[in-house]
Structures are given as structure tokens and as C-alpha cells.
Design a protein. Sequence first.
Length: 265
Amino acid sequence: MNVVEFPLSLSRHAFGPRDVARAGHLWRLCQDAAIEGSSRLGWPPTRYAEIGGAFIVRWMGVVHHREVGFGVPVSGRTWVSTFQRGMMTHRQIRVAAGGEPLLSATQRWVYVAMPEMRPGRAPTELLESFAAGMPDGESDVVLPAPEVEEEGPEHAFSFDLWHGWMDPLAHANHPAYVDWADEALHRVLGEAGVDPQRLEAVAEEVIYRSGAIAPERVTLRSRRIGRREDVAIFRHSVEGSDGRELAEVITHRRVTGGDDVLTRS
């Protein structure tokens, strides 16, 4: 098992008006950690390109332990916990800020052959580099269960993808889906007369099913599906212009200051 530790950095544009890092940018920080962890074991992005392979994310779950402000030193720790049939891998990421836990994340990746993105078995030398295992006291991230399950009203939000948003694999990068889900809730808060910037991330997970490709139109259909105390749990179905489901996003969110607008909207 290879556990890799290193410093990370949150750019100024990762922070909103409350001067705390946005959830989507923390997901980008986890992506940076995955790339750094792979690179330090001899597999930077250029080496994947040389062998005509890549990893694409199929699921990711994050639990936020607290918020972080600009300028706080951030560090990461990552390792591969499983590698199933040489194709499906689970990567664990733990991020600390100021020496205290900031977030815990589990990513599920699939190895694919490029450019067709055809799932296949990773090369032996890659599998040997990513010796899989789980340190004592660690486990996969599991999102908290709701205390109450329910079905709230649907809120729809649509937009057109920009070509400038496409990532190296020519589709919308996976953290963008968290940005979209939070924007949907920002609009719910704004319509209720509440400052959208008071939205606080508690946990989220995304199941990815199909790539979002510019310039197609994307629609989010958001509905509250549960709650616990002051935390509202939403399901966001992300649809492409042809009606296919691109992803399912589950967000656990509260409003700072004790407002219950999300648990009743």
C-alpha cells in the first residue's frame, strides 16, 4: 500500500463572498490530489497519454468536516484502497487545513482505452505501482443517512455548456456538476429572499453516467428528498439536451445562521 502525502493549494478564485472555499473547488482540490498521488508513484498525465489510457470517474463522495478560509495551509493524503479486476479502482483522499481535518473523499475510477474511452484492464506496471490497501482506522466515505425521507417540490434550472469548459477528455470536468447543483440551490435561496452565499456544504456524492459535451443544453431537476436537523438533502438529476441522464447528484446542505428555508422549500 502506497500512502502519499503532500501540500496542496487553493487559489483565490476558489473562494466566494463569505471568503470560504466553494464545494466545487474543493472537489477540484481532490482532483489535484489524485493527480499528484498518481504522479508521485510514476504516473503523471503524460505517461497515461503515452500508453493511450486514462481513468474516468464514475462515482465520488465527499464529507466536509468544516469550512476553510483563504490563506490557511492545506495538505493532502491519498492512496488506492482497491483495484478490482484491474479495471475499477477506489482512491481515498483526506484533506487537512491548518492541521485539522477539512474533508474526506472516496473516488471510484474506471480505466479506459483512449480515444474510444473503452473500459479495459490497466497495464501490469500501473497495477504494481498502485499497491492497494486500507490503513487501519480508515474506510470508504459514506454520506450520513436522512432522519426523515420526503419528496419536496421540483426546481428546474437549465443552461448551455461552454466550449471553454471542456476538460482534457473533451467533456465537462467532474467537479463542475457540484457547481451546477449548488447554483440550482443558490437560485432557490434567492427566490426565497435569502442570501445565496449562505449555503454551506455538508456532504455530496455524484454518480456519473454520460459525458456533458458543449454546446449542448443541460437541465438540472432538483428535489428535496430528506433532511436531518438543519441539513436538507437534495437529489439533482442532470439531463443532457437529448434527455439522457448525465449524472445524479446528491447534496447535503444547510444555510448558515440557522435559517430553515432549505428544509421547507
